[in-house]
Design a protein around this ligand. Structure first.
Ligand code: G4P
Length: 287
């Protein structure tokens, strides 16, 4: 799957991050809890060096709670990383972030020195929404178009504690085609960047394996189809997407499945686990 990221954006973001990084004590990376690996920005891990990282699994209301727990443990085990799950449904947890930042640089906090943190992440993971929650008023503009957070701003969270807004536009970790598909399923990349039916097939194959009971219940299927194409056809038949001659309108049925994943009709879903992505990394490296 080809997703093109404009190299100019990459260059600009990289330059901006390198400029502010020396003054930064703690890096906060916001990811999507449904795909904590694929929604990472690969550059952050690479350039943060030894600085503490707060990894936020955001939109956790949309993600599978059990897998979020698995991801939190996995990420917490990494060097100098503290992972937390957030959702706009529980803003009080986000309010604990200033205390967490200070805990990660105890020497600075104890000496009363200024602490600077930066919030980063790919478009649409909820950075502006989180900034609004932290600041307490609508300072950052929220929207569904990538790169709405324009220009650099520094926000005072409390005495001696400052938060830099995300520098530039960061791109996701499309290290393999599965990551690209997952980003597309969750609408982290624009619909125009992919073939709709292909994405639905990818999602259907995963759901058959990971969430068979949800599919049975939602689409009232007594027996689960074996293949992803059969599943989408079964959904189409159930929803009356049948053309003359009795053929299922595959495109319409695919759209139903994707929409019901995105709007949480199929319940909270996570599209990757640490185990899965570790295997994939090895597999795609060997290709
Ligand atoms: P960004 O700065 O990283 O680009 O993301 P932004 O805050 O603009 O949020 C992108 C979308 O994600 C927004 O939806 C926002 O409401 C939604 N969002 C943020 N946090 C959460 C969360 O914890 N759970 C869920 N379910 N959604 C969240 P939108 O459709 O673009 O706008 P709207 O619904 O707010 O009108």
């Amino acid at each position: 799957m080809a997703i093109n990221w404009f190299p100019g954006h990459m260059h600009k973001a990289q330059k901006e991050i390198k400029e502010i990084l020396p003054t930064i004590d703690v890096v906060i990376e916001v990811c999507d809890a449904r795909l904590p690996f694929s929604s990472e920005n690969p550059m952050i891990t690479e350039i943060r060096g030894d600085k503490p990282l707060i990894k936020i699994l955001n939109k956790s209301d949309l993600a599978d709670a059990q897998l979020t727990k698995v991801w939190l443990e996995y990420l917490d085990a990494q060097h100098n990383v503290k992972a937390i799950a957030l959702t706009t449904e529980s803003p009080s947890i986000a309010k604990q972030i200033p205390t967490l930042i200070k805990k990660l640089v105890p020497h600075k906090d104890q000496e009363g020195k200024q602490i600077n943190a930066v919030i980063m992440g790919i478009p649409n993971v909820g950075k502006s929404t989180l900034l609004n929650t932290l600041v307490g008023k609508a300072k950052a503009k929220v929207g569904n178009e990538p790169a709405v957070t324009k220009g650099q701003q520094r926000i005072r969270l409390e005495d001696g504690l400052y938060l830099y807004d995300t520098p530039g536009m960061l791109w996701p970790k499309i290290v393999n085609e599965n990551s690209g598909y997952r980003l597309a399923v969750t609408s982290a990349v624009k619909d125009t960047a992919f073939d709709h039916d292909e994405i639905a097939c990818f999602a259907a194959e995963y759901l058959l394996e990971a969430y068979p009971d949800r599919l049975k219940e939602r689409y009232k299927l007594e027996e689960l189809p074996v293949t992803e194409v059969e599943l989408i056809e079964a959904i189409g038949r159930k929803r009356g997407c049948v053309k003359s001659g009795g053929y299922v309108d595959f495109h319409k049925a695919s759209a139903i499945l994707i929409n019901e994943i995105r709007d949480k009709t199929l319940g909270p879903l996570t599209f990757e686990s640490p185990n899965m992505v570790e295997k994939e990394v090895v597999y795609f490296d060997e290709l």
